[in-house]
Design a binder for this molecule. Structure first.
Ligand code: SF4
Length: 315
């Protein structure tokens, strides 16, 4: 089956996954990859499945979902590998368009220097590019790229793509403890993102068992610092830390809402106070959540911030 879901996704609402690549065929072998080490490392684009076969599987899933009244917000290319390795990607997007559902592609961007890949991605309504590092040695350590790839062309390709792209552009930066989470490094990434100007820049951490056991999430203090550094240079930075938080949907339950908001971004002390006043609640909620270990207090440049405890993170 080349389609799965729909599954809830913070970024995309209800998303039906499209799997256009055989398991673990990728241009990278990221240390944090939740699919394990890359089995088939390649950079040449090729045909894997018949585009019609993908269409058939997606149509079936869409039909099933519609029959039970389930809505689908996005058809998302998020395979067990790198979706742009599929030479039929552009054609598949065109075949899926008549279904009338927005199309998203989550790519590691390693082939975006190629005009053909840019052309295919331009057909999608929403594209997410991976930007874990803009420095050669860190990129090698975290993404472990195929040896034919060059970081400079990838970064250039991203900028070129972003300039011409008319859909919604997002980026995703995965922070790994001791690899790409240092302030200087995060500043370099932030400078690049400021030039790229994505509609949203997501900051994530490994939340599922990574390919390499040592690829661990940084602690809350470090993640908050990275958020603040990115936030200084880029609009709309959000966490993707394994919770389906929604900073904009209020349930009326102050405790739940506070956890949802702080799963998306850290809150300054004053913002928490304002929120509590609006929700007619008091600081005892914060104290309770801190005691229960659901919320963490951290400091940055003399200000106190509150954020949801990271899953799997220690201390
Ligand atoms: S790019 Fe994605 S699929 Fe490929 S190794 Fe990295 S995390 Fe895994």
């Amino acid at each position: 089956m080349k389609a799965f879901g729909p599954v809830p996704s913070r970024r995309l609402g209800r998303s039906l996954g499209v799997n256009n690549i055989p398991p673990k065929t990728c241009t990278y072998s990221c240390v944090y990859c939740q699919l394990g080490r890359t089995i088939k490392m390649q950079v040449e684009r090729r045909a894997f499945y018949q585009p019609e076969e993908i269409l058939r599987d997606v149509e079936e899933k869409v039909r099933n979902a519609r029959e039970v009244g389930e809505s689908i917000d996005y058809l998302t290319f998020v395979p067990d590998g790198e979706p742009t390795l599929d030479v039929g990607l552009g054609q598949e997007i065109e075949l899926l368009k008549p279904l009338g559902i927005n199309i998203a592609v989550i790519t590691n961007a390693s082939l975006i220097w190629s005009e053909d890949v840019q052309k295919d991605l331009r057909r999608a309504d929403w594209v997410s590019l991976k930007v874990d590092s803009v420095s050669e040695d860190v990129w090698h350590r975290i993404n472990r790229p195929h040896r034919a790839l060059q970081l400079a062309s990838i970064l250039e390709g991203m900028l070129e793509f972003a300039k011409a792209y008319e859909g919604e552009l997002a980026t995703e930066t995965m922070l790994v403890e001791g690899v790409n989470d240092g302030d200087e490094h995060v500043k370099e990434v932030a400078d690049f993102l400021a030039e790229l100007r994505p509609a949203r820049a997501y900051l994530s951490i490994p939340t599922r068992p990574p390919a390499e056991k040592w690829a661990q999430p940084p602690n809350e203090k470090v993640v908050n610092r990275a958020y603040q550094i990115l936030g200084d240079r880029v609009d709309h930075v959000e966490y993707l830390i394994g919770y389906e938080g929604n900073a904009f949907a209020f349930t009326g339950n102050a405790e739940e809402d506070l956890l949802s908001i702080t799963a998306v971004h850290p809150m300054r002390e004053e913002a928490v106070k304002e929120f509590l006043a609006r929700a007619r609640a008091d600081w005892s909620i914060v104290r309770k959540l801190l005691e229960q270990g659901q919320l963490v207090e951290t400091e940055y440049e003399g200000n106190k911030f509150y954020m949801r405890r990271l899953q799997g993170a220690r201390g």
